[in-house]
Design a protein around this ligand. Structure first.
Ligand code: ADP
Ligand code: MG
Length: 566
């Protein structure tokens, strides 16, 4: 036999392994879901590869997943005849977590106060394979990449190193053999050699897997004789293809949890079917909790594309705009080529129409929630408001619909945020502008000298404290016909009546005369720092404040740009 190499796990991988094994999952059953999902992915990949490239010599006639139990050896094996891995794949994919953001994730996990949060964090990251070490003290993986003759055996006890060895005579695909730890109910370790337990886990987590998951079983006939059979454990039913009234809420929730790795039920479920020239089904979910990496550059969109139940791709950017990246689900289009590329999808007219419709559906669902259940809506806004506001800038077609959803703090009520609609309804007689002020915190905004005159005169001001607020509030021309105006920019002089007969104001003329020499002197003295010093009616108690030009970038934005190196 060929020689055995011993390699070390990358340091971050070791750390993650320790977390997974010792503390993270209270529910150890999910290791099987993870291994089955990897096997299913491997089958998808082989199927796609053979469709896309007819020179790939692979038998795709009976793609499936097999679960094998050996009571004497105390092993459970998950086997697939999918794409397999080369030696280098193994080292790269299993020995290393090359994914960016690992360090940040580890930090978050350490900070998280309860097991459920930690679980959902780690689940989102998909450390799937390593979950095997929760239930096994040794894992042996044998694999052969389709289209190659070289097989590889990989083995590890999850303690820091792994062995790798070339082996002959492996079938194409992968088998993962778990040398199980003894059952220990206190530790949450069930008897994973028990047929009923395996059936239960598959049913719960992997029922919609589109490949058969098989297991050897015995059938007992009426006369008491038993014959060996092979059972398929999963229903393989695509939930989205079923009529809405035949799907229960539990089924929807379980499906959501399966595709999202979330442990909570979704906040909203949208199930639709489009008939006509371009048929498709969509099953979308709005999560109730934002993922940890919602704002990292690598965050993927959560919508998968299927074509007639064949999985095509994750993260389908053609179907969901970036600002709805938190929406999870499935779109199954009937009339697309299986080989369709991301580039073609982006430019496909029908796909664009589908996307427009899905966006309307999602925004409509949020609007409904706003109208019918303000508490649930407040929670949703708390989780996803910042992302939705990106849409105000990105998606001009829907910006008015999005503006209706915006929930913002305001001087009107210290406790409760307001909608723009409610602000407009409260506007003073003669007020036609929506006033806002941006800043880092509510306190800095409230204490800003810009606020004084507005507070004194009883004008309501929106308090915008997200960095993104600067951008949209500046770009959105108007809401419902009312201009949005930052009270820190340009001339906002509340004293002056709109008809502009300011010259005749004797008070003002007098004040201007009083300061006739001071103002030019200040302007010259401060010329390095400011463009102009002028008399203002914005202030009541502060002596002076700095005002931007109407089109200047604001201090907060300036800081943001500087932080991102622009
Ligand atoms: P994820 O599935 O989120 O990528 P995993 O830890 O579950 O993370 O798996 C890591 C990688 O190892 C997979 O992306 C895949 O490339 C490879 N892999 C795991 N299991 C298999 C398998 N049964 N067949 C082929 N490749 C696999
Ligand atoms: Mg996985």
């Amino acid at each position: 036999a060929s020689s055995v190499e011993t390699l070390e796990f990358q340091a971050e991988t070791r750390q993650l392994l320790r977390l997974v094994i010792h503390s993270i999952y209270s529910n150890k059953d999910i290791f099987l879901r993870e291994l089955i999902s990897n096997a299913s992915d491997a089958l998808d990949k082989l199927r796609l590869e053979s469709l896309a490239d007819s020179t790939v010599q692979a038998d795709t006639s009976d793609l499936h997943i097999a679960l094998e139990v050996d009571q004497d050896a105390r092993t459970l094996t998950v086997r697939d005849n999918g794409i397999g891995m080369s030696r280098d794949d193994l080292v790269d994919l299993i020995g290393t977590i090359a994914k960016s953001g690992t360090a940040g994730l580890l930090e978050k996990i350490k900070e998280s106060r309860d097991a459920a949060t930690a679980q959902s964090l780690i689940g989102q990251f998909g450390v799937g394979f390593y979950s095997a070490f929760m239930v096994a003290d040794k894992v042996t993986l044998r694999t052969r990449r389709a289209g190659t003759d070289a097989g590889t055996r990989w083995e590890s006890d999850g303690e820091g190193t792994y062995e790798i060895q070339a082996v002959d005579d492996l079938p194409v695909g992968t088998s993962v053999t778990l040398h199980l730890k003894p059952a220990d109910s206190e530790d949450g370790l069930a008897d994973y050699l028990a047929e009923w337990k395996i059936r239960q886990i598959v049913k719960q987590y992997s029922d919609f897997i589109r490949w058969p998951i098989r297991m050897a079983a015995e059938r007992t006939d009426a006369d008491g004789t038993t014959t060996p059979t092979v059972d398929t454990l999963n229903s393989m039913k695509a939930l989205w293809a079923r009529p809405r009234n035949e799907v229960t809420e539990t089924e929807y929730n379980e499906f959501y949890q399966q595709i999202s790795h979330d442990w909570l039920a979704p906040a909203e479920t949208i199930h639709m079917r489009a008939e006509g020239t371009f048929e498709y089904e969509a099953l979308l979910f709005i999560p109730s909790q934002a993922p940890f990496d919602l704002f990292s550059r690598e965050t993927k969109r959560g919508v998968q594309l299927y074509v007639k139940r064949v999985f095509i791709m994750d993260d389908c950017e053609a179907l969901m705009p970036n600002y709805l990246r938190f929406v999870k689900g499935v779109v199954d289009a009937h009339d697309l080529s299986l080989n369709i590329s991301r580039e073609i999808l982006q430019h496909d007219r029908q796909i664009r129409a589908v996307r427009r419709r899905l966006v309307k559906k999602v925004l409509g669902a949020i609007k409904d929630m706003q109208a019918k259940d303000s508490e649930r809506y407040a929670r949703l806004w708390d989780q996803f408001g910042r992302v939705l506001k990106e849409g105000l800038v990105e998606d001009t077609d829907n910006s008015q619909a999005l503006l209706e959803l915006v929930s913002a703090a305001s001087t009107h009520d210290a406790e409760k945020p307001t909608t723009l609609r409610a602000y407009v309804e409260r506007m003073k007689d003669g007020q036609d502008t929506i006033y806002y002020l941006t800043g880092e915190t509510r306190a800095t905004v409230e204490n800003s000298p810009h606020m004084e005159a507005f507070t004194a005169k009883g004008y309501e001001v929106l308090i915008l404290t997200d960095p993104i607020d600067e951008i949209w509030a500046d770009q959105i021309p108007a809401f419902d016909g009312h201009r949005l105006q930052s009270i820190a920019k340009g001339q906002v002089d509340l004293d002056e009546p709109a008809d502009g007969d300011q010259e005749s104001d004797p008070e003002k003329t007098k004040r201007e005369a009083d300061f006739a020499t001071l103002l030019p002197w200040l302007t010259t003295t401060l010329s390095e720092q400011v463009k102009q010093v002028r008399l203002s009616s914005r202030l009541t108690t502060s002596a002076a404040c700095i005002v931007g030009d109407a089109h200047d970038i604001s201090p907060t934005l300036e800081k943001m740009y500087r932080a991102t190196g622009q």
